[in-house]
Design a protein around this ligand. Structure first.
Ligand code: ADP
Ligand code: MG
Length: 592
């Protein structure tokens, strides 16, 4: 049975559009708060009832809407933010599609009250199911109040898709946290039943600790980097502050919350070397770039973006974070470190810069920086054992940052004394890090070693993948993968990195090609090799419970001072902690 073609009534068209824009109450909160931000609000308050299903009330002190404009605010494709499609590429506002209010008003009862600077009295207008209910003057301060009630009252089928009240409340909370971090200069309030979240304008530390927990403040590094028109700034947690879920990750592109795979990939790669075992990094990062370099009109909810120079963006993010993360090392106090309170990692305590130790231990394991050969596995140095611990002065300039060993605790921990107080080291974890970094340097020094396969491996791939392999043959060879095309959908692998010959070459090649296809570059080979090194380092490190001499312990401390990433082991756990004298005094309620 065929029916004649007819134009859908506006309310139905809006309800269909609402399917994309209004997925759940949290999406309404997002759209309304973004409108308030676009209107220049300095303070925004959000209240919800029953997870937003019964009511969402958003108040702002922004520019307001003129009485004559009110009906248009409700109309589809009605916006004050752009004129022509070219404007999309210079859009500075969060909204521009002009469909949020129309969509919301088609699936809920909506009342908007507003007053602009030049209106003597406010005006209010209510709509439900596409019909105007009333339109009249009202007393209202400058700004706008949007009151949304009974979501999906006229589309019961969609109502059934709503989750429990609890989970809608959580979703709204999540949306608000993102917006709060996106706009540090705006004050926010969120009331959901008994729960309230309030942040004053400006105080970024309060926001960070409210949203990421107070320990974030003690264990993060500040990032601020520019390259050409790109700027990346914000805060990244130390790998030791990682989480089991990816729930504390905030990335903003031109102040817009986005989930972008180029960005996600770059961040993951930067952390890969310091974070294993399914741990997720914590970060709040802002990428700013000229609006014409990013297309924001990719998705109705504007969660996705498209970069014009995706590869540059990827490189910039990865390069910046990678450098920042490896700059963390004991004995240094980068200006970026925020002083912490209480017991914390030494790096966060702002230890003085490393000064050359006065060589109390004659022979220390030499870590060759200049590319000389170093042993791949650590063996204890044979030295003259000092009879007693080296005396330590309280002058930071006269003592190495990690101090000198006093004793070994049950074979597991190293106790040392530095100018500030006590240093406690997890011997195995610290040693693993030292060995791993040494093996990496060794690898750099030796260069890439490859193995020519006696029997080349044939790989069946898609035509697109074969094209990529051909186009990137040089890059692949640099990674140690010599691959030639042997058919439209066929590749022949002739040479692989020596260290990876034991693994699944087919799977590796496929993954590398997939990465090249998606991001124009791949660091998978490197990653696999590092993973392998990490496993070797773990096995090659001092096991707990082995008694060590003071000289060996001191040698480990010296090694830690010169090792990159020494603050955490290969599994993202901390390798050491410090307790300065003040902290110890406090522990014993000792007033000084
Ligand atoms: P968009 O934000 O994409 O323009 P919306 O449907 O969200 O579309 O809003 C339509 C128009 O209503 C906006 O362009 C703006 O002019 C006006 N508007 C909506 N909310 C507010 C507000 N809180 N303050 C001032 N103007 C608003
Ligand atoms: Mg909008």
């Amino acid at each position: 049975m065929s029916q004649s073609i007819h134009i859908l009534p506006p309310v139905v068209a809006n309800q269909i559009a609402a399917g994309e824009v209004v997925e759940r109450p949290a999406s309404i909160v997002k759209e309304l708060v973004e409108n308030a931000l676009d209107a220049g609000a300095r303070h925004i308050s959000v209240e919800t009832d029953q997870g937003g299903v019964r009511r969402i009330l958003v108040r702002d002190d922004g520019a307001g809407i003129d009485e004559a404009d009110l009906p248009r605010a409700f109309a589809r494709h009605a916006t004050s933010k752009i004129q022509a499609v070219e404007d999309l590429f210079v859009v500075a506002s969060l909204g521009f599609r002009g469909e949020a209010l129309a969509s919301i008003a088609s699936v809920a009862r909506v009342e908007i009250s507003s007053r602009t600077e030049r209106m003597r009295m406010g005006h209010t207008m209510a709509m439900a199911g596409g019909e105007v209910l009333f339109d009249r003057p009202v007393a209202h301060p400058r700004g706008t109040t949007v009151d949304v009630q009974e979501l999906f009252f006229n589309t019961p089928a969609r109502r059934k898709f709503l989750k429990s009240e609890r989970s809608e409340i959580l979703a709204i909370d999540t949306v608000m946290r993102r917006l709060i971090l996106a706009e540090p200069e705006v004050g926010f309030e969120l009331f959901q039943g008994a729960s309230r979240l309030q942040v004053p304008a400006g105080d970024m530390n309060a926001r960070l600790s409210r949203i990421l927990g107070s320990d974030f403040l003690a264990s993060h590094v500040t990032v601020d980097e520019r390259r050409g028109p790109l700027r990346l700034h914000g805060w990244v947690a130390l790998p030791t502050h990682s989480r089991a879920q990816a729930d504390h990750q905030f990335f903003f592109v031109n102040r817009r919350v986005v989930r972008d795979k180029v960005v996600g990939h770059a961040v993951r790669q930067a952390y890969r070397d310091v974070l294993f075992g399914g741990r997720h990094p914590v970060f709040v990062l802002y990428l700013d770039l000229p609006p014409e370099q990013v297309d924001v009109n990719v998705h109705p909810t504007k969660h996705e973006v498209r970069f014009r120079e995706a590869r540059d963006v990827h490189d910039f993010i990865f390069g910046t974070l990678n450098r920042v993360l490896r700059d963390v090392r004991p004995g240094e106090s980068p200006a970026a470190w925020v002083p912490s309170s209480g017991v914390s990692m030494a790096v966060a305590d702002g230890l003085p810069a490393a000064s050359p130790p006065s060589a109390p231990v004659q022979s220390r394991i030499s870590l060759t920086g200049g590319g000389a050969r170093v042993p791949t596995a650590w063996s204890p140095p044979r030295v003259e054992e000092p009879a007693a611990p080296v005396p330590v002065s309280r002058d930071p300039a006269a003592t190495p940052p990690m101090g000198y060993a006093i004793a070994q605790l049950h074979g597991v921990y190293l106790l040392a004394q530095n100018a500030e107080g006590l240093v406690l080291v997890d011997i195995h974890a610290a040693h693993e890090r030292v060995v791993y970094e040494r093996m990496k340097r060794q690898r750099l020094h030796d260069g890439l070693q490859t193995q020519r396969l006696l029997v080349p491996v044939q790989v069946a791939v898609s035509e697109q993948e074969a094209d990529v392999a051909e186009a990137h043959a040089g890059t692949l060879a640099d990674m140690g993968l010599v691959i030639t095309r042997s058919g439209p959908q066929r590749l022949t692998v002739r040479e692989v990195p020596l260290s990876l010959t034991g693994g699944d070459v087919l799977a590796l090649v496929r993954d590398v090609l997939a990465e090249l296809l998606a991001f124009g570059q791949s660091t998978l080979v490197e990653e696999r090799q590092l993973e392998l090194l990490a496993t070797m380092a773990c096995h090659g490190s001092v096991r707990a419970n082995r008694p060590m001499t003071l000289a060996e312990l001191n040698a480990l401390l010296r090694d830690m001072e010169v090792t990159e990433n020494a603050g955490q082991c290969n599994h993202g756990r901390p390798t050491y902690r410090t307790f300065n004298m003040d902290e110890l005094d406090r522990l014993f309620l000792r007033g000084r």
